[in-house]
Design a binder for this molecule. Structure first.
Ligand code: PLP
Length: 391
């Protein structure tokens, strides 16, 4: 019998929806709303939350996360590049939307048509965006990013004032914001932020006609009151992970990565498992085949290291992570069967595996662990234990 598509029968209990899935991501939208409230609590009155939903909302799924964030009261959204912004507009997201990084003159038509604010880094780009807006009988919002020391993108303090004045003089542009980005926001010593802030403040004073300023990412928003300005650009904190060296206002991780045991494999003492046979059973062992691999963003670097949760216990990963699967040791757990739940990130019973734990094993940061999760994994969005949307 062919089952009806699951989406037609939502909301539905998570167990029902995931019964026939090898692996999936769950995003708890009620926790997302709780994180917005927790961040709002430290910001104080009159400051906006600019939710950063670049990189598929750090792997959580940009469209559904953006919808839930707007519902939770976030004022603005931002992404890195224009195609990300276009995709949000095409999905029906109408909130104010900013492209933070490099844009091309060829992006001007879409920006004017879809009301997307770009970051302008040159007069040529300003001309193209203005012309596209004039052609459509409109003005398009733009912002100026000041490179105060990250040396990544933006215009130097010495160029920012004249570029902003030039944009102001063009008939198709509305200069709606001025911003910068910190280099050391989550370092133990983030004092370089003070130097960057000084440089930013000088430009902001010279451009007092630009009313909207922003400078803080998650770490700066939570650590440095003086960088909160009119709004803060938060990404990671929305998903419930405080950056390193940052006070936690009570965030809860929203994302879980789960799978179902595909097979239980009995291996004899001395047998090797998975490519390269890099793990050899020190005694007769039972391994669970977990249908998640590096094509899902579960990194090969995790081979023979780290744990997953099965049957309410930590089970060590054995052998290499392959493109589509890896093995975990369930020798110590009675009765593990095909179809049992495996938690790779998230909670099972009393136990929890965080993106920070996995990041440490991969010698990387939690941002990368989340953003690496690929489109092969279905995203399920839950409220109160019920799946309310799927992507
Ligand atoms: C990614 C990014 C952010 C968000 O950073 P988090 O540390 O995830 O909060 C803010 N601003 C800019 C310019 C970014 O590129």
């Amino acid at each position: 019998m062919v089952r009806a598509p699951v989406t037609s029968s939502l909301p539905a209990p998570t167990d029902t929806v995931t019964r026939d899935l090898n692996a999936w991501i769950e995003v708890a939208l009620d926790r997302l709303a709780g994180n917005v409230a927790a961040i709002r609590g430290v910001l104080g009155e009159g400051r906006e939350i600019i939710a950063i939903v670049k990189g598929n909302a750090y792997g959580h799924g940009a469209v559904e996360v953006a919808r839930a964030l707007i519902e939770a009261g976030v004022e603005r959204l931002a992404v890195a590049y224009m195609p990300e912004a276009v995709a949000l507009r095409q999905a029906g997201i109408t909130a104010p939307l900013l492209v933070l990084e490099h844009a091309f003159p060829g992006d001007a038509a879409a920006a004017a048509e879809l009301d997307i604010a770009a970051t302008i880094h040159s007069r040529d780009l300003a001309d193209a965006f203005s012309a596209a807006a004039v052609e459509r009988g409109t003005r398009v919002g733009v912002q100026i990013k000041v490179d105060t020391g990250l040396r990544r993108f933006g215009v130097l303090p010495g160029e920012a004032v004249s570029l902003a004045e030039y944009c102001r003089s063009l008939p198709g542009l509305r200069v709606e914001g001025l911003f910068t980005h910190m280099a050391n926001a989550d370092d133990e010593d983030d004092s370089f932020s003070e130097i960057q802030h000084e440089r930013f403040r000088a430009v902001a004073e010279a451009l007092s006609w630009i009313p909207y300023r922003h400078a803080a990412n998650s770490a700066s928003a939570l650590r440095r009151e003086e960088l909160r300005y009119n709004g803060v650009r938060v990404g990671l904190a929305l998903h419930g992970l405080p950056p390193p060296n940052t006070p936690d206002p009570g965030l809860q991780p929203t994302l879980s990565l789960k799978a179902r045991v595909a097979r239980v494999v009995n291996v004899a003492e001395g047998e090797g498992v998975a490519y390269g046979l890099t793990w050899r059973a020190p005694r007769d062992s039972r391994l669970a085949l977990v249908p998640v691999g590096y094509a899902d963003g579960w990194r090969r670097a995790l081979g023979n290291t780290g744990d997953v949760l099965i049957g309410g216990q930590r089970c060590p990963m054995r052998g290499r992570v392959m493109m589509d699967q890896f093995l975990a040791d369930v020798s110590e757990i009675e009765g593990v069967r095909e179809g049992d739940e495996v938690v790779l990130l998230g909670e099972q019973g009393e136990l929890r595996i965080t993106a920070d734990e996995v990041a440490a094993l991969e010698s990387t940061i939690s941002w990368e662990v989340l953003a690496a999760l690929t489109g092969r994994l279905p995203r399920l969005y839950t409220r109160g234990g019920q799946v309310v949307a799927r992507a």
